[in-house]
Design a protein around this ligand. Structure first.
Ligand code: GDP
Ligand code: MG
Length: 382
């Protein structure tokens, strides 16, 4: 019931929400019916009403569902030596108009992995860039939908898509409200931040001021003895881009253990999906572990199917996708949601069974919302 509103909760226990609001008020908690009530509030209510409230997160619920099929999700299988390095997955965040889109565009055109392809042709929701660090080509997966809405939406579903956040701050504007929001979201998620001080081509740019401002929010630049890397860039002029990517790699190497086992059934996250007129449901997935292959039977949230074909961000057909690799998947029977997890299972039959169970669960939840309400009085006297 995590994150559900008081009204949802009232429906579940067959009470009316106004009465619950009143009970809570007497207990000293002010919650409106449409507000989402936190776990503690729901537990408190349960205690007060002699109701045995058990808080089960959607993730736990799904884990139980998968366990009933003898499937464990979210673990690297095998031994330590099976783990291989994987690229960091990065989200770009920051205040509106500070240059998130421009920066993503600049990186997309200047640091492409597939030089032959002549630039990224598909907007599939994520792409990889490459940069040279100490003579080695290092890759970074960039989530193409900037802003922390997508980030928070995924987190709300228990999904962690991002390893590192690039916080874009315009050097002329400085720290603004959404800058602070974005950095708070990243901190809450435990995601390291690299600061891109953007628009340094502007005459009124003041990158030193940005450093001072962010220090007050706990992001202390390395050059001041802190552990946050700040890089001056101009998305417009294309300057500082390699230094920014290098800072991402250095931050990843310093604070994260980014390894995954590529030798197992693939699992990961849907980051975008829609219905394509010609191709049917298409989903961009980000592989977390394992290797996704054409022909695999997969289940993605309430959708399932067999991978008919996969495309990369250049529109090339690919046969497989390794950890941190985004890929456009064709062959699903329905459109999954952004933030749904996906995984490869033994066969189509199993994929269908899991998908059907998930669908049934969603249907039940809806049904429970539509069944009649009782007043709190009825409920307490019964
Ligand atoms: P977003 O809202 O964060 O995605 O910001 P945009 O990428 O849409 O950029 C907002 C405006 O700032 C646009 O007019 C961009 O052309 C401009 N802009 C972005 N980066 C730079 C930069 O490095 N220098 C200058 N001068 N303008 C920039
Ligand atoms: Mg934008």
């Amino acid at each position: 019931t995590r994150g559900s509103s008081l009204a949802d909760f009232a429906d579940k226990i067959g009470a009316d929400s106004a009465s619950l609001v009143e009970v809570l008020f007497h207990l000293g908690e002010i919650v409106t019916a449409t507000q989402s009530a936190n776990d503690e509030t729901l537990l408190l209510l349960g205690e007060e009403l002699n109701y045995n409230v058990e808080v089960i997160s959607p993730e736990d619920e799904d884990r139980e569902l998968l366990e009933s099929f003898d499937i464990e999700f979210g673990e690297d299988e095998g031994a330590e030596e099976d783990l291989a390095p994987r690229p960091p997955v990065v989200t770009v965040m920051g205040h509106v108009d500070h240059g998130k889109t421009k920066l993503l565009d600049a990186l997309r055109s200047s640091n492409v992995v597939d030089k032959e392809a002549g630039g990224i042709t598909q907007t599939i929701g994520a792409y990889q860039v490459a940069t040279d660090v100490d003579g080695t080509e290092r890759r970074i997966t960039l989530i193409d939908t900037p802003g922390h809405e997508a980030f928070t939406a995924m987190r709300a579903r228990g999904a962690q898509a991002t390893d590192i956040a690039i916080l874009v701050v315009a050097a002329d504007d400085g720290v603004m409200p959404q800058t602070v929001e974005a950095l708070n979201h990243a901190k809450a998620a435990g995601v390291p931040i690299v600061v891109a001080v953007n628009k340094i081509d502007k005459p009124d740019a003041d990158p030193t001021k940005v450093r001072g401002q962010l220090t007050e929010y706990g992001l202390v630049p390395e050059e001041y003895g802190g552990d946050t890397m700040f890089v001056d860039v101009s998305a417009k002029a294309g300057t500082g881009l390699d230094a920014l990517l290098e800072a991402v790699i250095l931050t990843a190497d310093a604070s994260l253990d980014l390894r995954a086992n590529p030798h197992q059934n693939a699992e990961g996250l849907v980051i975008e999906a829609h219905l394509d007129r010609g191709r049917g449901p298409v989903a961009t997935v980000l592989v977390h572990r394992g290797t996704l292959k054409v022909g695999d039977s997969i289940v993605a949230g309430p959708a399932f199917g067999r991978v008919r074909a996969m495309l990369d961000e250049y529109g090339n057909n690919i046969e497989e996708a390794t950890p941190s690799r985004p890929a456009l998947v064709l062959g699903l029977t329905a459109v999954p949601g952004a933030g749904d997890n996906f995984m490869v299972v033994a066969d189509d039959r199993l994929a269908r069974q899991i998908a059907e169970k998930r669908e049934a669960r969603e249907r039940n939840a809806l049904l429970a919302q539509r069944t009649g309400r009782r007043t709190l009085e009825d409920f307490m006297s019964s």
